[in-house]
Design a binder for this molecule. Structure first.
Ligand code: GLU
Length: 483
């Protein structure tokens, strides 16, 4: 193929970046990059009623955080919006209104579209009558025959003359051959009465003018595709290759929605999910390499990704799996890197050396960075706890006190405060006195953490240092005796 591959991500700035939107952007990015092509960003902001202020800028910032940089045009959202007049990317459709109006006009002159001057009241009445007859609401073609070549009054829309009784057939890269009957397609509005184009017109005109070779988007846009194809045909333009990605589902197979958990990429970033973990996980929502490899950096994905192997069936978004990826990537960070990434979740009056030690221990157990805020607490201050939890379920008060006293005695003699030395010392206390791990390791762990669940005792004691650790064990013995 000589033509240079070009893909686009074309979000409407109506809020946050949805996980599904991120996957669409990612697949477009991967496909363009692996073919040495271009990936452009187009903000589809022609529906002024739905536009949310600042959403486009937030979206651009999030894409950049995720490493999905677009080609063409300045990269800084704010500057981009000011500097760009709709000619360079990121493209803002609201800056290109004239282009759409001219193209719609061309279709009118070619007899492929027409002015419609039906009043909103007439259309509403039509709709109600059709509903009463249990028919699908559609335009009745009243203005089709008038063949107005210019606007008759101020209130008009431009509609596409959808051919009757035709079949629109196209080949979707993921879904294969798809057919639609034009009898089911209404005469689409192309230009609204406020002069703004509809999604269909602006989308098709831009995909053509921008040289988009591959349209990769979510399955929810599949019903729009025949309308787009009719537009390409009306203009006499070649079709791009279409690929419709599978839906994202909740665990119960319903469509992924806010009600069952976070769906905004921004929310995951705020909770301390790492961009590379999110990217890695999202890449696998609909595509799997044949060797079942799971860990991929963005450059590795560029090499391995195969759009043709994208599945048709909906992909389940599983937070546990995302946690697994995030935990994996957190473990790959050095303590220093980790500290830099989770500063916002940590108290700021704590000495760096101590924080690094805490992170070394806790990094093995973090699903996301925000969890460190809770985990750091017990190292800084012993939580108030019920002495009952010091007693392992198969032990009793007397043996637990004995276990703690033996541990205290043996640890007091330990001058090399290393994890291995401490666990050897505790094991010796168990072995020499005919005790079990539950009589020694368990209560020591609870004594130094104040928690039912925590890292191993030697890990916590290594962070706390000898003096604090022994104090906490002493404190536990006293609490138990008083019980
Ligand atoms: N503006 C549409 C959206 O919000 C674009 C759909 C498409 O890619 O054609 O997703």
């Amino acid at each position: 193929m000589n033509q240079k591959i070009k893909t686009r991500f074309a979000p409407s700035p109506t809020g946050y970046l949805h996980i599904g939107g991120l996957r669409t952007a990612l697949y477009n990015y991967l496909y363009a990059k692996q073919n040495k092509g271009r990936f452009v960003l187009r903000i589809e902001d022609t529906d002024q009623k739905r536009e949310v202020k600042g959403a486009a800028e937030a979206l651009m910032a999030t894409l950049q955080k995720m490493g999905l940089n677009w080609d063409e045009g300045p990269k800084q959202g704010f500057i981009a919006k000011i500097a760009d007049k709709g000619q360079n990317g990121p493209y803002f459709q609201s800056k290109r209104l004239k282009i759409y109006q001219n193209h719609a006009q061309k279709l009118v002159l070619a007899g492929q579209a027409y002015y419609c001057t039906c009043s909103p009241e007439r259309l509403e009445k039509l709709k109600q009558e059709q509903e009463a007859r249990k028919e699908a609401p559609r335009y009745d073609g009243c203005c089709r025959e008038k063949n107005l070549k210019s606007k008759a009054n101020e209130n008009f829309v431009i509609r596409l003359k959808v051919p009757e009784n035709k079949e629109v057939v196209f080949n979707d890269l993921i879904r294969g051959e798809i057919k639609f009957k034009t009898a089911e397609i209404d005469d689409q509005v192309l230009i609204k009465s406020d002069g703004f184009p509809t999604y269909h017109l602006a989308n098709v005109v831009d995909d053509h003018l921008m040289g988009i070779t591959h349209v990769i988007r979510g399955e929810e846009w599949l019903p729009s595709t025949p309308k787009h194809i009719l537009l390409y045909e009306a203009f006499g333009w070649p079709l791009p290759q279409f690929s419709h990605l599978p839906l994202l589902l909740n665990a119960d197979k319903s469509k992924l929605s806010k009600r069952q958990g976070d769906v905004a990429v921004e929310d995951y970033l705020a909770k301390g999910y790492l961009p590379q973990a999110i990217i890695n996980y999202v890449a696998l929502l609909g595509w799997h390499p044949s060797d079942n490899k799971e860990i991929f950096s963005l450059p590795e994905l560029v090499k391995a990704f195969d759009l043709n192997k994208t599945q048709k069936a909906g992909a389940i978004f599983d937070i546990e799996k995302l946690n697994w990826f995030n935990a994996y990537y957190i473990k790959q960070l050095s303590e220093k890197e980790l500290l830099n990434k989770c500063r916002e979740f940590l108290p700021n009056n704590v000495e760096q050396g101590l924080l690094l030690k805490i992170l070394k221990v806790e990094k093995e157990r973090l699903n996301n960075l925000s969890e460190i805020g809770e985990k750091v607490k017990m190292f800084l201050e012993l939580p108030a706890y019920n002495p009952k939890i010091l007693i392992f379920k198969k032990s009793n008060k007397e043996t637990t006190v004995k276990g703690l006293e033996l541990a205290l005695e043996i640890l007091q003699k330990e001058n090399d405060w290393q994890k291995e030395k401490m666990s050897q010392a505790l094991a010796k206390a168990v072995g020499d006195n005919n005790l079990t791990n539950g009589d020694v390791f368990w209560p020591v762990r609870v004594a130094v953490s104040g928690l039912e669940k925590s890292p191993a005792p030697e890990e916590i004691m290594w962070v706390l240092g000898k003096e604090k650790s022994l104090k906490r064990i002493q404190n536990a013995i006293e609490k138990l005796k008083l019980k």
